[in-house]
Design a protein around this ligand. Structure first.
Ligand code: DSN
Length: 422
């Protein structure tokens, strides 16, 4: 079953338990319809870069200014990663060292604010990310977050953002989300930020691949600082990045990442980021991103045709949030039942959700991973039909048989679109 047949195979001999778990995960990824909106399948080349000697090297600092000797080769890698990222997003300065999106956001907060400072961010229950001010995170504990939300149509309530900005004079306004499916008006956010003298910080973790392809608005013209993860629609290794066009802010951000919140960069990960950025610069990536968008719209539309409510009434990106309140199961149950039927997704709060985050009234669906497998709109409509079949039949006497039939169909669909050449 191994797809590289060499290095990973050696773990089979030296560490059977870990090898078995990795093989089982490969089988799971092959057999399930992967609809978690924040996941994707990296190329063999990106994966190959991750498993290299770059992981052995300490390189605290930045290219040309390291705290260790022997950094000539890692400097080459990091400089290429920076150049490619700047080319992808048309920006002047980039930091490719953050270990994750949360680390990137923490560094941006550290660069732009002091403990106790006020900022605006989209509420977690409205689609914002944990690091945009949720109570259990540093963003919520060490700073003073003021949450904004959506209007009755499920669109960002820009009037509320303006009102809150005027009332609280925040140091920073955060735009960006984890489960908001519509386009964000970055120009409007910048106008609001300018009116109160705030920094505009945009987190495009989810939308980055679509931004690169010109299918989702780019914030680069409007934001003081932009962060992203590299592993969602951008289809790179797990990690984070920070970008800006402002030289002074770039210096602050570099100091905030290292030594502010991180130590040595993970050079194997930066090598893999560079390979992934190279792939995203190829014309094929634009076609991939177009397919991601078309597939997401097709899936959401089909669920609406079945009578389900989609938060924000549809999608402009790779994700959609399905409101389950008309059905007899909550988000947690839906996630569990769909997994048994061969479809992986996550429970997700809907705006003004009466249920706690451990249950929720919704699920979030994304198209990035299965589009990498090669599925098109016909297959995504089929997946929507299968999802509806599971959700609408839950609780009926025949349900167990129906779910097994769906499981057989998802397995067959997965086998028609091989992963890593199985
Ligand atoms: N946890 C990620 C997501 O699923 O959206 C964001 O970091």
């Amino acid at each position: 079953m191994s797809f590289d047949g060499s290095l990973r195979g050696s773990i089979q001999i030296t560490d059977h338990k870990i090898f078995a778990a990795i093989e089982a995960e490969l089988a799971r990824q092959r057999d399930q319809m992967e609809l978690i909106a924040s996941e994707n399948y990296i190329s063999r080349e990106v994966m190959a870069a991750l498993g290299t000697v770059m992981t052995n090297k300490y390189a605290e600092g930045y290219p040309g200014h390291r705290y260790y000797g022997g950094c000539a080769n890692v400097d080459v890698v990091e400089n290429i990663a920076i150049e490619r990222l700047c080319q992808l997003f048309q920006c002047k300065f980039a930091n490719v060292q953050p270990h994750s999106g949360a680390q990137a956001n923490l560094a941006v907060f550290y660069a732009l604010m002091s403990p106790g400072d006020t900022f605006l961010g989209m509420g977690l229950d409205m689609g914002g990310h944990l690091t945009h001010g949720a109570a259990p995170t540093i963003s919520g504990k060490w700073f003073r977050p003021i949450p904004y939300g959506l209007d009755a149509d499920g669109i960002i309530d820009y009037d509320q953002v303006q009102k809150l900005a005027t009332e609280y004079s925040p140091k920073v306004i955060v735009a960006g989300a984890s489960s908001y499916s519509r386009k964000i008006d970055f120009r409007k956010f910048r106008e609001i930020a300018d009116a109160v003298g705030a920094y505009l910080f945009v987190d495009i973790a989810h939308y980055a691949g679509l931004v690169v392809a010109g299918l989702y608005p780019s914030p680069m013209e409007y934001a003081h600082v932009v962060s992203s993860t590299t592993h969602k629609t951008l289809r790179g290794p797990r990690g984070g990045v920070i970008m800006t066009n402002d030289e002074k802010l770039a210096k602050k951000i570099n100091s905030a990442v290292f030594p502010g919140v991180q130590g040595g960069p993970q050079m194997h990960s930066i090598a893999a980021k560079a390979v992934a950025f190279g792939e995203a610069l190829e014309p094929e990536f634009r076609q991939y991103a177009e397919n991601v968008l078309n597939n997401s719209i097709a899936m959401a539309q089909r669920l609406q045709d079945h009578g389900l409510d989609v938060v924000s009434r549809g999608t402009d990106c790779h994700l959609s949030v399905i409101d389950l309140t008309k059905l007899k199961l909550n988000g947690k149950q839906a996630e569990e039942e769909l997994e048994k039927a061969g479809i992986t997704c996550n429970k997700n709060s809907i705006p003004f959700d009466p249920l706690p985050p451990s249950q929720t009234s919704g699920i979030r669906l994304g198209s990035a991973a299965m589009t990498t497998r090669g599925l098109g709109t016909a297959e995504f409509r089929k997946i929507a039909d299968l999802i509806y079949t599971v959700l609408s039949n839950h609780g009926r006497d025949e349900y167990a048989d129906i779910r097994e039939q769906v499981r057989a169909e998802t397995l067959a669909l997965g086998q028609s679109f091989p992963l890593y050449g199985d």
